[in-house]
Design a binder for this molecule. Sequence first.
Ligand code: NAG
Ligand code: NAG
Length: 222
Amino acid sequence: MVSFSILAAAVLAVVPGTFAAPSSYHETIGKQLQARQGGYYSYWSEGSGNFGCNQQGGGKYSCTWSGQKGGGFVAGTGFKPGGSRAVKYSGTYDAKGPGYLSLYGWTQNPLIEYYIIDSYDILAPGEPWTHKGNFTFEEGTYDLYTSQRVNKPSIEGTRTFTQFWSVRTEKRVGGTITTGKHYDAWNKAGMKLGNHNYMILATEGFSNGTLLPSGSSSITVS
Ligand SMILES: *[C@@H]1O[C@H](CO)[C@@H](O)[C@H](O)[C@H]1NC(C)=O
Ligand SMILES: *[C@@H]1O[C@H](CO)[C@@H](O)[C@H](O)[C@H]1NC(C)=O
């Protein structure tokens, strides 16, 4: 069954000595998605910055944002559970500052947060990441990375967990992301996923403490 969900969240995370990484609101995202089965939609926003996202039906959503220090948001339409699937999407994405246009998801056992990034302005991951190689297939070339988050919010609450990343060498907006190809490439690089929770074609923007995000996106997942 295909179900579309949208979520949008922004939180002011006050963590002295660190910047507000995007994952600081993922716990809430997980809860929001639980309630959104059957097409439920809500927009939730808090913290500094003007973040506005709307669901327009049929897998389409749009966002405009103008962030302030400490703010961020994630919004998208997608699937729960996530898993191996050819995710076709189209639209526009015009972003400045830290943030991503990505196929974004979570697994459990082990708890993994993952990104398949098709476009971005500035890559500013919250933690130092480790390059694990690259892979090329008919949809493009992607570099693989892992990073670790220690005692950060997750869909299971505050946890220590690993992030997996595929970052496209040539940015694009629109196309097909065959998630299973990335899962296979990750597996070959020793990056093991768990049981799929949700995955969305997400727009994310966040302040990394220095740079502020701004932009707009309009994305349709088919
Ligand atoms: C992929 O990795 C190989 C081996 O490290 C390297 O030679 C090649 O240049 C890389 N390709 C891209 C597109 O980064
Ligand atoms: C934010 O990202 C920019 C670009 O990568 C970097 O130069 C800057 O140091 C980052 N700020 C913090 C606080 O990490």
